[in-house]
Design a protein around this ligand. Structure first.
Ligand SMILES: [Zn+2]
Length: 300
């Protein structure tokens, strides 16, 4: 199959980086729903402690595709690229979940199949062209196929996040939602200066102190809504945090920095220490609605 040899969806997972190790691996597999007709289930859950006050998500964890879609007409090089997934993000998410004892929800399908970090009506939900590369298997996607991908992959992952947040709220603790992503060090021929970016919309409660803490040692170039703007109506944090009034931030890590175990460990250390220090920040354990820079929000 044209996919990274270690990005295995249908034959078990590679060993995890970080200290969480086999115990978390086993728990992940225990909680993951059974595969459907030989295809990998569309998400995995690390149960963690629902009262921990943090829920981690990883929208672009893997670059694999259900068997029925083959490779979407792409070669192995294309599927290994950032257009298919966020390399390193899954390893950081799992290691961070282990370190913090926090629940995590991770997708198990390539963003090229359908992007769970887009709204259901977003024109880029199923990309026909990504970073100038046409996606042959997406060129003829019609409304029926789009609805099928939503039902089989997008919605189950989305529901898993909602249920995990519900479980956290049921403990009486308002969780902060932290989405882990990674970005390519070079974009269209230009190097990117940031090692890490924090994306956010209008709720500053987690994002601003997170940026301050990352900048504090003075050894990092930290993007504030770079390399992307975090205000995107319908994206995953909009759906699960902005609309619910939950504190949140999206963390973008540069892919070359989390390409091996040492890098994953380093970023797990940094983020775990900072997120733990923010646990008791005033206002972080409250449901509060800050709206969105994108326009009116319908709270849920
Ligand atoms: Zn991403």
């Amino acid at each position: 199959m044209a996919r990274r040899r270690d990005a295995v969806c249908d034959a078990g997972h590679p060993p995890m980086a970080g200290r969480s190790g086999a115990d978390y691996h086993r728990r992940v597999m225990d909680m993951t729903p059974p595969a459907d007709a030989g295809n990998p289930p569309p998400f995995e859950i690390v149960p963690g402690d629902p009262a921990r006050g943090i829920v981690l998500t990883c929208d672009h964890a893997e670059n694999c595709l259900p068997a029925r879609y083959g490779t979407l007409g792409l070669g192995p090089e294309a599927l290994a690229r950032h257009i298919a997934w966020d390399p390193g993000a899954r390893a950081v998410t799992l290691a961070l979940a282990g370190r913090l004892g926090a629940p995590a929800v991770l997708s198990r399908f390539s963003r090229l199949l359908i992007d769970p970090n887009r709204g259901r009506d977003d024109p880029t939900l199923v990309m026909r062209i990504s970073d100038r590369a046409p996606i042959p298997g997406n060129l003829a996607v019609d409304e029926t196929e789009r609805a099928a991908r939503i039902a089989r992959y997008y919605a189950p992952y989305d529901d898993a996040i909602a249920r995990t947040i519900d479980g956290a709220l049921a403990t009486g603790t308002v969780p902060a939602i932290v989405a882990i992503h990674s970005f390519t060090p070079v974009w269209r021929g230009r190097g990117r200066p940031w090692q890490v970016g924090v994306l956010w919309d209008a709720d500053p409660r987690l994002a601003v102190p997170l940026i301050d803490a990352l900048r504090s040692p003075g050894d990092l170039v930290v993007g504030d809504n770079e390399p992307y703007d975090g205000a995107l109506a319908g994206d995953a944090l909009y759906r699960h945090a902005t609309r619910r009034g939950l504190p949140h931030a999206l963390v973008e890590l540069r892919q070359d920095l989390i390409a091996d175990d040492a890098g994953v460990e380093d970023w797990t250390d940094r983020l775990a220490a900072i997120l733990t220090a923010l646990d008791d920040r005033p206002g972080i354990r409250e449901i509060r609605h800050f709206g969105s820079r994108t326009g009116p929000v319908s709270p849920i």
